[in-house]
Ligand binder design. Structure first.
Ligand SMILES: [Ca+2]
Length: 177
């Protein structure tokens, strides 16, 4: 049927092209949203000297696109975090090794920020949604067991079942060969 109508065929092709474009656009938006909303990014803003003794790196961090606020005054309107390096930590290193050392430290802080952001949301979720049945639960522990070394040879040989009233029952630990 399409073959007999050139216009119809062209319209179908056009429609498929448009919906493909829409799918690609949606995928790109999802990818962008994913990148912008669930990550920690860093940008090294500057290197500096501390009274000629230490090298400082000034690094800006963002969690989900939101700047991480620090106690330092802003640099060009940006918050930054400082790491200090002494010569002794960098002596003998190549330029690449020095870069790697600094980036490793920065990524360590990114890791801390990720864990902290994750924990903050997760703990709230657990508290709000996964502890419905804990309040009101009751139970009892009548005794508990201790493993002790009665002859002082460094190997526990006796198990004591102890109670809150000061009584206990001892039984030997059978060590299987
Ligand atoms: Ca023993």
């Amino acid at each position: 049927m399409l073959r007999t109508n050139g216009n119809s065929k062209r319209n179908d092709t056009y429609t498929i092209g448009e919906s493909m474009k829409r799918v690609i656009l949606v995928l790109m938006m999802l990818a962008w949203a994913g990148m912008a909303q669930a990550d920690v990014t860093y940008r090294v803003l500057a290197k500096n000297f501390d009274d000629g003794k230490n090298i400082l790196t000034l690094t800006q961090y963002k969690i989900d696109g939101v700047e991480v606020i620090s106690r330092y005054p802003k640099l060009d309107g940006k918050y930054y975090w400082v790491v200090r390096y002494t010569a002794s930590r960098m002596v003998g290193m190549s330029d690449v090794e020095i870069d790697d050392l600094i980036i490793k430290d920065i990524k360590g802080f990114c890791r801390d920020l990720t864990i902290s952001a994750f924990s903050k949301i997760k703990i709230q979720d657990i508290f709000d949604n996964h502890m419905e049945s804990i309040v009101g639960k009751t139970g009892v522990l009548k005794s508990t067991k201790l493993q002790i070394d009665t002859d002082g040879d460094g190997i526990d040989d006796t198990e004591a079942t102890i109670k809150t009233d000061g009584t206990h029952i001892e039984s030997p630990i059978i060590i299987s060969p």
